[in-house]
Design a protein around this ligand. Structure first.
Ligand code: AN7
Length: 408
């Protein structure tokens, strides 16, 4: 195993707690795959779970685990018909222990912190990272410090961080401000940073790719999807999933790497902008906005990894409006029974847009990743749906309301 800079290739000692190189490049964990004792030849017989893939994870001892991963991959026939695409699957990451994909990364990140003897873990978060870090810190007996952008974190996520015992501070600024603050606090106070700039986090998240392949093998006509569509905020997840596919490709488990396709919210879309303009680096968005508060991020720290993933896989990047996001959220809920928070619905909204543009071929097999559960953001639900109608507790009142509804 190596810890390598993605920009200059410098190898770093595995005992380092730094997340970036002296050249400021992001670090990445790499394996000598010819050395991997891959006992997973009959992988599909074992139920999915992050630690099923431990030969390709950077932790050797007993992990801090709450049985993360193993999320359902749904075939979505009604949405297929509606979107006009040949095969559509949804990988519902909202079915993890805290209701988001972050748990896959946190089990590895907190296991690493435990190996290092860390007492306090910390993060800045739009919500889900904080909820996830809080439960794994609780499980490991560590302290957790969280910085949230004040006023822009969905209720369910704050509630989780609080109940699991994190110290939660609401910073009067956006996520990007909070991330700068927490990075400095971590380096000055020796706290362990668990944002997705931490390469151990991304190792856990790459198991989304492994599981998708194993689950598709059990569906009759499918093996490797042509395309995987991922909501993008701080840009860690799309980079991690790409890395997972690349490792399975190098191990000859799959014969191609899917086209990685990243979707951002339209007023928080620096990666889409850089992709369209062919820029080597993003230009940060100073005041990001979107109803999808999870991805209200203007300066994604993993942008170099994400742009590489999208470009090297011949993928795409697109942005969607709040209106398109909310429509996709409702359609997932009402056509397929898949309840997701707004940020997660960007993958379906992006699919529709890219089909309409002709970027996505109707013959493709597509997997949309939905990253977080519906109940994370109850306030967004109450804005999107008609509230319950009050009725008196007698049959006359009930029937008169029901017939009014039938007429309307
Ligand atoms: C539901 O919790 O950044 O592109 O601090 O919660 O890997 O950042 C959340 C991100 C997509 C974007 N969907 O993933 C945080 C945070 C949901 C999310 C993303 C997030 P990345």
């Amino acid at each position: 195993m190596n810890l390598e800079c993605i920009e200059c290739g410098k190898k770093h000692d595995l005992s380092t707690v730094a997340n970036t190189c002296s050249c400021d490049g992001l670090l990445e964990i790499s394996y000598d795959l010819s050395e991997v004792n891959f006992s997973l030849k009959d992988r599909t017989a074992i139920p999915p779970h992050v630690w099923k893939y431990r030969e390709l994870l950077p932790i050797s001892g007993v992990p801090v685990s709450l049985m993360e991963g193993g999320t359902p991959l749904y075939r979505c026939k009604r949405l297929e018909a509606e979107c006009g695409v040949k095969e559509l699957y949804v990988k519902h990451e909202g079915m993890n222990p805290t209701g988001s994909f972050k748990d896959r990364g946190m089990t590895v990140g907190v296991s690493r912190a435990a190996e290092l003897g860390i007492k306090t873990v910390a993060c800045a978060s739009t919500g889900n990272t904080s909820a996830s870090m809080a439960i794994y810190a609780a499980k490991a007996g560590m302290k957790a410090l969280v910085l949230l952008p004040s006023g822009y974190v969905a209720l369910g996520k704050v509630a989780q961080a609080l109940m699991h015992g994190a110290t939660v501070l609401a910073v009067k600024g956006n996520f990007d401000d909070a991330l700068l603050l927490i990075q400095r606090v971590c380096s000055e106070k020796g706290f362990y940073l668990l944002n997705s700039v931490n390469p151990y986090r991304l190792e856990g998240q790459k198991t989304i790719a492994f599981e998708t392949i194993d689950q598709l093998a059990t569906h009759k006509n499918a093996n490797v999807p042509d395309r995987v569509i991922v909501p993008v905020g701080n840009a860690g997840n799309i980079s991690a999933i790409y890395k997972g596919f690349k490792e399975f490709h190098e191990l000859d488990i799959i014969n191609k790497v899917p086209m990685m396709t990243g979707i951002q919210a339209s007023r928080s879309a620096p990666i889409v902008d850089a992709f369209r303009r062919g820029l080597a680096q993003i230009e940060p968005v100073a005041e990001p906005q979107t109803v999808a508060t999870a991805i209200r991020i203007g300066n994604p720290i993993n942008a170099p990894k994400a742009l590489r993933a999208i470009r090297q896989s011949n993928g795409a990047a697109e942005s969607v409006t709040d209106q398109e996001i909310l429509k996709a959220q409702k359609d997932l809920a009402r056509l397929e029974g898949i309840g997701v928070e707004p940020a997660s619905a960007t993958s379906l909204a992006g699919l529709r847009k890219l089909i309409a543009q002709g970027t996505i071929d109707r013959d493709e097999t597509v997997v949309c990743v939905t990253t977080g559960h519906l109940l994370k953001d109850p306030e967004a639900i109450m804005k999107a749906c008609r509230p319950p109608i009050e009725v008196d507790a007698n049959f006359d009142a009930l029937y008169s309301t029901l017939s009014e509804l039938e007429r309307s």
